[in-house]
Design a binder for this molecule. Structure first.
Ligand code: ADP
Ligand code: ZN
Ligand code: ZN
Length: 730
């Protein structure tokens, strides 16, 4: 019997081969089966989407090719997984095939059926060997019976807040926003929630599974250790696997297969893990859900946090539809927990509206207070001082007492905003509630929101001062200068102080991060200088001072999300200090700023995230910014800036007759802040709507126009274009 399977392959949206391709096969192939198919002169991996027994209308039979082979040993990717990648493709304006194939481990593309069979056998063998070692443990091949229930708890007695949160989790039906202070014991809540899921009965022989996502690869080893320690004795050594881009292709394939076959019960990973095939998925945890790294910045620019919420929803719908009356609430749903001490304003807003259920854990374990805020007004410090004398004195004191300090450098790469340090003038946009960006190349100030452009003024428009400069200049030298400034500081032993730096550069070498962390834990280092990386997750015990020394670039930025990020960063950093309750009373958070009267600091002083969020949300609402409006960026790279902008502006003109055009605002094209990279000129155009649905429908209708516009003579020299839906940086 001949069938006509439709197969999706990895063609990017841009190539124009968007939809599934039709092949022939002499037998029925189940949807979700991985196949190898001829494409042009190559043979590529594809996923069977559908397998009708009649050919689609209008098919050219003479050109239809046969499926070259199926990866038969592998169970098909289930309908929920296919629904997830299809949704992601549509929502983020990419081809479904591109999203689906990018979500599969790259090595799958190279293996034939025989090689794959060997890999699967090896996996099964590892597991079997492991099982004999753990003869008493709950077996994954036998769904847990009441007699074998995991009893993984018993490390600590839960705090009252943890107990309440876990009780609420049991009954919550909406996505849960776990709003817990740093050190409030969120991880313990994740572990207990995981334990419950692992104890729930399997359905159709598929054991229950949990997905835990963290923002950074660096954070996976710590978390992995905690999950392994807790669950390996009970579920076996193969039960916990990681999935992130730092792994070798072979490791990734092994983890992926373990998850796909149900061997792995817990998958820990970064944003890419949201696409892992997990047939028994019952819980998704997104830790530090506010973190920008959940948003992909290349290919399909998806938000793993948002997809996690969507995935939990469709998994639950499927379970409910399957009539999962297995006696337990856990069996009949897939829960999603978004955890953060400083939630994204999107999630916070959803909780305010009741779409998410908020569970608060405000207290730190052990009752330690959060550090006191010390604000340094840089207007009253010696001219040119990078570190104010009182802060330097406070650090010197710490060193003398054998305590540690953390010096936080605000992330670089914020688009530069100009400021006058005499009168406080900033390069605001007269039409928008954002700051205009300083473009060095043509010495202009441009609004990235509305496109308003002017030449950089020769002097401050308000006071005439000629010394106007980007906010936050001069921070590059901090690391060296700090060591010089602390040259006379002495440890209790009389030795000189040790200053170390930790950032993406210093930790690039494998093992160097672990080494640097060990040096910090052992007390070898007195002062650690670093970017936001040092603020995240790590549990440092002896730090009693945290200092943010160049925070103003986060207050005055063209990017309207910059204050949100700065607040999160400072709160996270504050959470690093005084984790030992005994020291927390003496812990301080120092912040140097030229604008101490800014509302952000008032909220920071009282650790009042809700007040900060309310103010920010009110501003966003007034300006129609997300989450109150929806945005997308159309980006173009070309040989010349003129061509990039011409493509964008033409695409906007051509959109005139599209449906819903009047519900959409399209702003003029602007060059990117970093306008030229490796001889390629970059430009972008903002597209806005009050309605997310309207924006979605408009973008879908715009796609063919964007493809066609590429061939317009004005767009000659265009290298590539892309749509970024829900962009994080504008
Ligand atoms: P968070 O993720 O909210 O920042 P963690 O889960 O890392 O907090 O917990 C902070 C510290 O408190 C960890 O060292 C953890 O082992 C410990 N901890 C968590 N829950 C408890 C508890 N119920 N009793 C004692 N210690 C706990
Ligand atoms: Zn001025
Ligand atoms: Zn503007």
């Amino acid at each position: 019997m001949t069938c006509w399977p439709s197969v999706i392959v990895a063609t990017p949206a841009h190539s124009g081969v968007g939809a599934a391709l039709t092949y022939t096969s002499e037998s029925l192939i189940a949807a979700g089966t991985l196949v190898r198919v001829p494409l042009g002169s190559r043979e590529v991996l594809g996923v069977v989407w559908d397998c009708p027994s009649t050919p689609p209308e209008g098919l050219d039979h003479t050109r239809t090719k046969a499926v070259a082979g199926t990866l038969a040993g592998l169970p098909p990717l289930n309908a929920r997984w296919r629904q997830l990648v299809a949704f992601a493709g549509h929502y983020y304006q990419r081809s479904v095939g591109e999203v689906a194939l990018a979500a599969l481990p790259p090595q799958l593309r190279e293996l034939d059926a025989a090689q794959l069979a060997r890999r699967l056998k090896k996996l099964a063998k590892t597991l079997a060997g492991d099982m004999s070692e753990h003869a008493d443990a709950a077996r994954t091949d036998q769904p847990a019976q009441p007699a074998q229930l995991l009893a993984a708890s018993g490390h600590h007695a839960l705090s009252e807040e943890q107990t309440l949160a876990l009780a609420a989790l049991e009954t919550a039906s909406a996505p849960v926003l776990l709003y817990g202070a740093t050190g409030s014991g969120k991880t313990e809540v994740y572990l207990r929630a995981t334990e419950r899921v692992l104890n729930a009965p399997a359905m159709d022989g598929v054991p229950t599974q949990v997905l835990v996502m963290v923002p950074e690869i660096n954070l996976t080893p710590q978390l992995e250790a905690r999950f392994r320690e807790r669950f390996e004795p009970l579920c076996g050594a193969g039960a916990v696997v990681s999935l992130h881009s730092g792994m070798t292709p072979a490791q990734r394939l092994t983890s992926w297969l373990a998850a796909h076959t149900g061997t792995a019960r817990i998958v820990l990973g970064t944003r890419m893990a949201v696409f892992a095939s997990l047939p028994g998925l019952r819980l998704i945890v997104v830790d530090e859900e506010h973190d920008p790294s959940y948003k992909s910045q290349e290919g399909a620019r998806y938000s793993a946090r948002d997809l996690a919420v969507y995935r939990a929803k469709i998994e639950t719908e499927a379970l409910v539809a399957a009539g999962a009356e297995l006696g337990s609430k856990i069996s009949a749903r897939c829960q999603v927990i978004l955890g953060s001490a400083t939630p994204s304003l999107e999630s916070w807003h959803a909780a305010e509206q009741g779409r998410y259920q908020r569970l608060a854990m405000p207290a730190r374990i052990g009752g330690g207070a959060l550090p006191r805020l010390r604000l340094v007004d840089m207007n009253h410090q010696p001219k040119g001082a990078l570190i104010a004398p009182p802060l330097l004195a406070a650090m010197t004191e710490r060193i003398a007492r054998g305590e540690q300090s953390l010096v936080l450098l605000n992330r670089r790469g914020y688009a530069p905003v100009l400021a006058c340090h005499d009168c406080g003038w900033k390069s605001g946009c007269p039409h928008c509630s954002v700051f205009r960006v300083f473009h060095k190349l043509d010495r202009t100030l441009r609004c990235h929101h509305c496109g308003f452009t002017e030449r950089v003024p020769r002097a401050c428009p308000d006071c005439g001062n000629v010394d106007i400069a980007p906010v936050g200049r001069g921070t590059e030298q901090v690391e060296e200068q700090l060591a010089a400034l602390l040259v006379d500081a002495r440890r209790p032993s009389g030795e000189p102080a040790r200053v170390a730096r930790m950032d993406a550069d210093s930790t690039r070498l494998k093992g160097s991060l672990e080494q640097q962390l060990a040096a910090l834990h052992s007390g070898e280092v007195d002062v650690l200088v670093g970017t936001q990386m040092i603020a995240k997750g790590h549990d440092f015990r002896r730090i009693t001072l945290v200092a943010g020394i160049n925070v103003d670039s986060g207050l005055f930025a063209s990017d309207y999300r910059a204050p949100e990020r700065l607040f999160a960063l400072l709160m996270q950093a504050a959470g690093r200090a005084g984790r030992d309750a005994a020291q927390s009373a003496a812990s301080e958070m120092w912040v140097q700023t030229w604008t101490p009267q800014h509302a952000l600091f008032a909220a920071l002083k009282t650790h009042d995230y809700p007040a900060f969020a309310a103010k920010q949300l009110a501003e966003r609402e007034a300006a129609g910014m997300p989450p109150f409006g929806a945005q997308a960026l159309l980006r173009a790279d070309a040989k010349t800036q003129a061509a990039a902008q011409a493509y964008l502006n033409l695409a906007a003109e051509q959109a005139a007759t599209l449906p819903l055009r009047d519900a959409i605002t399209i702003y003029p094209a602007v060059p990117l802040t970093i306008q030229r990279v490796a001889h390629v000129e970059r430009a972008q155009m903002l597209v806005e709507s009050a309605s997310r649905g309207a924006l979605q429908r408009f973008l879908a209708a715009w796609q063919p126009v964007l493809h066609a516009t590429r061939r317009a003579p004005e767009a000659r020299g265009l290298v590539r274009w892309a749509v970024d839906v829900d962009p994080l940086v504008i």
